[in-house]
Design a protein around this ligand. Sequence first.
Ligand code: C2E
Ligand code: CA
Ligand code: CA
Ligand code: CA
Length: 275
Amino acid sequence: AKEDGRNTHRFFQADMGTAVNDRRELITDLRSAVANNELELFFQPQYALDDFRISGFEALVRWNHPRRGMVPPGDFIPIAEDTGLILQVGEWVLNEACRIAAGWPEDLRVAVNLSPRQLRGHAFGPVLVKALSDSGLRADRLELEVTETVLLTDSEEVLEALHQAKSLGVKVSMDDFGTGYSSLSYLRRFPFDKIKIDQSFVRSMAYSEDSISIVKAVIELAKNLDMTTTAEGVETRELLDMLTEIGCTDAQGYYLGRPMPLERVEELICNSQSS
Ligand code: C2E
Ligand code: CA
Ligand code: CA
Ligand code: CA
């Protein structure tokens, strides 16, 4: 069929219009989401590979939108970052994660994801101190996960905020290790407690000898720097065995448990305590 160029153009504009309205609508809705109690935390278990016990949970935010249903973080965290709403969302996540984890057995930790913007300026220190004191959570049971993009921007302020967290006793992890441009140089600039090996490396260990070598080297490097390692995206028994054999500290992934609502976490904790 003969395509009408102008028509195509018109359709394209119509689509763009929808996308823009959609985004505006999401921004408006997100503004009230925190106040309206529409955000929820899911938790994904992490297992220690020396004894296969749960070592903690990563808190992953979900938005239970009244009309759209569950909106995944990938669809609203970037918008929250662009608009600055990430400060409110992030503070809610931190408070909620600390409050919930304070009710868990003492040997379980909670990991919280931070966006770069939360660490800029000088607001983060007080927010962190308040989250710990309000919840009563022991500082070393909280882990802050940051990607290297966090260190890419305004590094002095950000480094200061991370050092303050560490001085309180909070743990700091480098998330998605290996996916950025200069992960290694960041390891020198900040004393992370933990390296989270990105899913892409972990998954490719199933078919690539080179990937196995890279993950082994990262684990070795981490040991020498006195850091622990968590492998992300473990989807098979085979990968779990491999990671255990090469000395990875912890693992997380669908094979071990998907992100789950709090009720399921409590069941899981109950069952693993009694076994
Ligand atoms: P992330 O921090 O790398 O979190 C891990 C993501 O991988 C989660 O997606 C999790 O559900 C998924 N995942 C875990 N195990 C597996 C697996 O075995 N296979 C596969 N295919 N995927 C797995 P989710 O929950 O959609 O979160 C996506 C991203 O959104 C997170 O990536 C994180 O960057 C961001 N995010 C989530 N919650 C927060 C938050 O509270 N604050 C901020 N700033 N970012 C958040
Ligand atoms: Ca993470
Ligand atoms: Ca990650
Ligand atoms: Ca990621």
